[in-house]
Design a protein around this ligand. Structure first.
Ligand SMILES: NC(=O)c1ccc[n+]([C@@H]2O[C@H](COP(=O)([O-])OP(=O)(O)OC[C@H]3O[C@@H](n4cnc5c(N)ncnc54)[C@H](O)[C@@H]3O)[C@@H](O)[C@H]2O)c1
Length: 258
């Protein structure tokens, strides 16, 4: 098994890509802490049951990644339970779409609110940074660790997603900087940039629009969550020992060409 005796945290592990990543890591022998918000604890416990049914080990932890105290308590709980931390998959993320500015038919000007901006930047960018900061402490002490963060193919720019695109582009800069800062401690930091993936996050997109968007993707379809989880697994395994500071697009070729 590729992750035997490894201890991992997957944030946002109760749903979608996070859930698929928990199952992959656990199937390769890692003991996984599934960190997600309080309202997702029932879903997180179901993922724990799935892992255990397959003979693996997992625990569920309530943590809002945008809260420093929650994130520090999350890492402390893992250290208390398992004694070390080898892997962080920083996957938790949200969208709050709205155009930066738009004139409606009624003549009103509508624009993205400060709340929408702050919510997305706080969870996606600050949340990732807080998790990396807290996870780095035991990893630096151990002189080993792997982090796989989550950007998006949306960093190219996406209508109505100024907040999301900015947060995910920030994660690419964060990945590169942390890779430089942590390299001397043998801690690798990379990120995955998923393309459109079949998860609850995209489940409200109408079927006709999914078909239209799929037509523009060279591989002509959305990704399965497992196809993104495969790359997180690779990046946190020893097979990726000489890769750091990279952003790997897993988007069916969507960022190619014109
Ligand atoms: N689905 C896509 O098409 C797609 C494309 C590109 C990038 N991504 C990114 O992949 C990641 C996973 O997305 P998904 O599609 O699986 O979404 P999802 O909505 O299915 O799952 C996200 C999980 O993150 C959790 N979460 C949200 N805010 C949190 C917080 N403050 N603290 C802790 N957990 C929190 C949610 O409760 C949920 O369980 C996100 O970072 C997302 O931006 C998704």
């Amino acid at each position: 098994m590729r992750l035997e005796n490894k201890i991992a945290i997957v944030t946002g592990g109760a749903s979608g890509i996070g859930r698929a990543t928990v199952l992959k890591l656990a199937s390769e022998g890692a003991k996984v802490a599934i960190a997600d918000v309080v309202s997702q604890q029932e879903a997180a416990c179901k993922v724990v049951d799935e892992v255990q049914a397959a003979g693996g080990a997992a625990i569920a932890l309530a943590a809002n990644v945008a809260s420093r105290s929650d994130v520090e308590a999350m890492v402390d709980a893992v250290l208390k339970q398992f004694g070390r931390l080898d892997i962080l998959v920083a996957n938790a993320g949200i969208t709050r779409d709205a155009f930066t500015i738009r004139k409606t038919k009624e003549g009103e000007i509508k624009k993205m609110s400060d709340d929408q901006w702050d919510a997305v930047l706080n969870v996606n960018l600050k949340g990732t940074w807080l998790c990396c900061q807290a996870a780095a402490l035991p990893m630096v002490e151990q002189k080993s660790g792997k982090m796989s963060l989550t950007a998006s193919f949306g960093i190219r720019g996406n209508m109505g997603q100024a907040n999301y695109a900015a947060s995910k582009a920030g994660i690419v800069g964060l990945t590169r900087t942390l890779a430089l800062e942590f390299a001397r401690f043998n801690v690798n930091v990379n990120c995955v940039a998923p393309g459109a993936t079949k998860t609850p996050m995209t489940s409200t997109i109408p079927a006709e629009l999914v078909a239209k968007l799929s037509e523009k993707i060279p591989l002509k379809r959305f990704a399965e969550p497992e196809e993104i989880a495969n790359v997180h697994l690779f990046l946190v395994s020893n097979e990726a020992s000489y890769i750091t500071g990279q952003c790997i697009f897993v988007d069916g070729g969507n960022t190619l060409g014109v």
